[in-house]
Design a protein around this ligand. Sequence first.
Ligand code: MEV
Length: 326
Amino acid sequence: FESERIKLKDKATGKSYAKIIWFGEHSVVYGKPAIAIPIYSVDVIATIKRIPAGQQIHCRYFDGPIDEMADNLRGVKTLISHLINLFGAKGLGFDLDIKSKLPAERGMGSSAATAIAIVRAFFDFFEVNLTRSQLLKLANVEEKITHGNPSGLDSATASSNMPIWFIRNEINEQIDFNLPTSSLVIADSGIKGKTSEAVSLVHDNLVDEPESFQPLIDELGRIAETARNALATTDDELLGQMMTQSQRDLAKLGVSNQTLDTFCQVACDNHALGAKLTGSGLGGCVIALAKNQTDAQQISTALRKAGATQTWIQSFKNYQFSTGEA
Ligand code: MEV
């Protein structure tokens, strides 16, 4: 590799956010619509620094050369190798530092956010423009390995600055709404939930008993449509009801557990307008809709008392229109 041939920076960065699926997890895999939002305060930053050519690529994310990356990071490792090949950068020495505030396997899109941040850092390093569709295609290299059959919703949200309305292979558009005082409280149960296992469980249930499970998928799709209308009319009470109805359906699909059910109940007992699990389930996080900051604080405190390992409050007034860059 002759670094002189290619324009390189000494240091480059890429950033991405955690995602929260507000409506439509699982049903989105089967072509139903979903609404998801990026969480600004929970980000991943990938930094690439040049080191002398010929040295091994060191990844501080797991603190070692990428060749020795653990098996659960196979998707990330494959993506990095893919990017090195894409830029013809074999033999180039660099240090890749990934700083993530996202807990892994908690339904917050940790793998997709990491992939998006890495792709952005590589394109910045080689000073090449990156389109949104290229970005999503590259992130999918990692997501396919990590999740098997991803709908693409996680990477679409992790790469967006705004809430999105998403239908697999069809629609990925930003939505704007006006809920200036409300917020979502996110509570981490601390229990790991593997997306690939939850997606397989729902798939198996659908194959074994379509008459019981297909209506749930259909209803989750209708709930997402109703929620979009409720956003357009600023009807937070209806949004809350739709969240609680989603939780009932997701539990029937088999992807909730007792801790998540209890968290939802605790949130609703503390003024939440509605609550549900978010992401693939079997662990991970719940989200609760709060009408104002006082309620959000009360819900957050109650969920911590009930055993949440971490909570975050995402206000909707912070969302700004994207600048359009990838
Ligand atoms: C995982 O964050 C969301 C699921 O709907 C799977 C997917 O969309 O690929 C469970």
